[in-house]
Each structure stands twice: as C-alpha cells, then as structure tokens.
Unconditional design. Structure first.
Length: 118
C-alpha cells in the first residue's frame, strides 16, 4: 500500500495549511490513518489519528488548532492546520494500517515539509 502526502509548504505564524494523504494499491481495508511529524533534531511524534468510523485523537500540542478528517471513498486522510506556530515546523508523515490479502499492513508516506516562519 502506497501513501502519497501533499500540501506542505511555507507559511507565516498564525496561518493555515491543509495536508492530504491518499492511499493506493491493493488492500482489503484501511483501519486507522494518522499524521506524525518530526522536527529537526527531535523524535517523530504523533499529531493526530482517525479510525475508519471517524473516532479521532490529537497530540496535546495541537488540540484545538488541528483537525483530522478522512474520506473513506477516496482512501484519503486530511489534516487541517490552523493557528500555526513556529514549533509546528517539521516533516509531516502520514500512516495507515489495515489488511491486505493474507496479513495486516502498516505503511508510511514519504513526508511533506511544513515550515512556519515567525
């Protein structure tokens, strides 16, 4: 299963960006989809996740500012990022898990860079 992320870029503090990540390939189902980020010199951290049914969870640092959503018909997950701060800068990766014939899978996208200037 391949994940293609897009939507990153350069934005001023207080601005907004919307990330998208589309899954393609052969799969039976996609269960959870989510976004992670890795800032320079730091470990990758979870930003937000969403289940097939739409149940969501967020990292404490983004609650109230970011919104995750998904379109199951398009196998796509979105991350709406508002009120961006300089500390939101990093490479954002999408992740999806589910089932392919014969086993479970967990895949990562290639990452999209978000830079927030102060």
């Amino acid at each position: 299963v391949q994940l293609q992320a897009s939507g990153g870029g350069l934005v001023q503090a207080g601005g907004s960006l919307r990330l998208s990540c589309a899954a393609s390939g052969t799969f039976i189902s996609i269960n959870n989809m989510g976004w992670y980020r890795q800032a320079p010199g730091k470990q990758r951290e979870s930003v937000a996740g969403i289940s097939w049914y739409g149940s969501t969870n967020y990292g404490d640092s983004v609650k109230g500012r970011f919104t995750i959503s998904r379109d199951n018909a398009k196998n796509t997950v979105y991350l709406q990022m508002n009120s961006l701060k300089s500390e939101d800068t990093g490479v954002y990766y999408c992740n999806a898990d589910g089932q392919i014939p014969g086993r479970l899978f967990s895949s990562w996208g290639q990452g999209t860079l978000v830079t927030v200037s102060s």
